[in-house]
Ligand binder design. Sequence first.
Ligand code: ATP
Length: 235
Amino acid sequence: MLEVKNLNVHYGSIHAIKNISFDVKQGEIVTLIGANGAGKTTILQTLSRMIKPTDGMILFKEQDIEKVSPQKMVSMGMGHVPEGRRIFAQMTVLENLEMGAYSRKSNKAEFNKDLELVFKRFPRLKERIKQLAGTLSGGEQQMLAIGRTIMSHPELILLDEPSMGLAPILVDEIFNIIEEINKTGTTILLVEQNANRALQIADRGYVLETGKIVIQGKAKDLIENDDIKKAYLGG
Ligand code: ATP
């Protein structure tokens, strides 16, 4: 589904991503884990074409995306739930979900069907359909950000730190939802600082340190890895 080869990204003189290669296969949950500043967000923004890489190749569904616009990435089936949620605070819950469906140009019947799907997954959003998104709690905003992306029918969802700032009980809920979305056939690339939780639901993982992949493997092996335990899993 996604193949990244020898990717380099610079911010001016800062070499943020250093010759990274990785892949995500259809149906997988793959996680990128690493400390603050390791380059996780930069990778996701590069994949969804918001940042231009210095060099390297990105293939999405076997297509080179070098010249594809960020809008076109959405209609090709890549959904991005950015860090910090970035919902439209001054719009209602419903209006935010409508924005998510915009790229698909779906008719009213399709739109209503998708909306039902989102509300089935997030009943709390249905109760708050007319509420301004900026007044939702942190967890509800995260649900809305994911729901908005679901409205665009993605085949691959890039999720940037969905657990950030959430109470433990909501973290459980969000991770359960990610697993459910994956089970219905959507491939997931999950960026997390909460390495433990991410590895519990992932098939495979890559560990990033200052812009480089230092360890990669099956999630169940990474959870048992002593170096990872020490550095990322709290002992
Ligand atoms: P966090 O978990 O804290 O969000 P991250 O792993 O997502 O971290 P990035 O945000 O991708 O890391 O940052 C990678 C590196 O690139 C950092 O050193 C950061 O300071 C730098 N960086 C990110 N955005 C910019 C920018 N717009 N201009 C200059 N440097 C940047």
